[in-house]
Design a protein around this ligand. Structure first.
Ligand code: SF4
Ligand code: SF4
Length: 189
């Protein structure tokens, strides 16, 4: 049988907790109507980056796929083609990533793939809305992952517009888009 304390004091104490909580700061987040910013280095959706002329940084080496503990990345590399008019390239190097997929049903957003990437082609954004109602849409293709074309960039395939070979891109000795002068040449004042 309930004691006097259990009958009278415990309900008052319980309502006391409710009463005190009414005046505390509300911590409920109104997601998805109000989105909170993530930490700056939050690991979200991946991005395949471009050089300033629009060429892709990915060289199709598959190191990201080998580093992935969840087997979430599939890469198929292919050789760039230098057409007679100088066009035909997707990346400055010998190879590029012809097929690139990330399966977000497997990915645990650990970031090991971006550590393995030798060209900083693969980085992660802060985007965290990676839910869907079917499996197929959670396998992101290269077109879903490629960075958008910014002003001054051209849609590949095209020629190397910033240097005479891939070394200029990797060493950072590139010229501005539209500048056709020899890379490394400096004018005299
Ligand atoms: S973040 Fe981790 S799990 Fe996701 S693709 Fe990269 S290595 Fe794989
Ligand atoms: S994203 Fe980086 S590691 Fe992965 S295939 Fe491309 S260049 Fe290689």
């Amino acid at each position: 049988m309930a004691t006097i304390k259990e009958q009278f004091w415990d309900p008052i104490a319980g309502f006391g907790v409710t009463f005190r909580t009414m005046f505390k700061k509300v911590v409920t987040e109104q997601y998805p109507f109000e989105k909170q910013p993530t930490a700056p280095r939050f690991h979200g959706r991946h991005q395949l980056n471009r050089w300033p002329d629009g060429l892709e940084k990915c060289i199709g080496c598959e190191l990201c796929a080998w580093a992935c503990p969840a087997d979430a990345i599939y890469v198929e590399g292919a050789s760039n083609v230098d057409l007679p008019d100088g066009s035909g390239r997707y990346s400055p190097g010998e190879r590029y990533g012809r097929v690139y997929q990330i399966n977000y049903l497997r990915c645990i957003l650990c970031g090991l793939c971006i550590e393995a990437c030798p060209t900083r082609a693969l980085t992660m954004t802060n985007e965290y809305e990676l839910a869907d109602d079917n499996r197929a849409d959670l396998i992101y293709e290269k077109s879903d992952l490629l960075a958008p074309l910014l002003p001054g960039m051209e849609q590949p395939p095209h020629a190397m517009l910033l240097g005479s070979d891939e070394g200029d891109y990797y060493r950072g000795t590139t010229r501005a888009p539209g500048d056709t002068s020899e890379v490394g040449s400096e004018g005299t004042a």
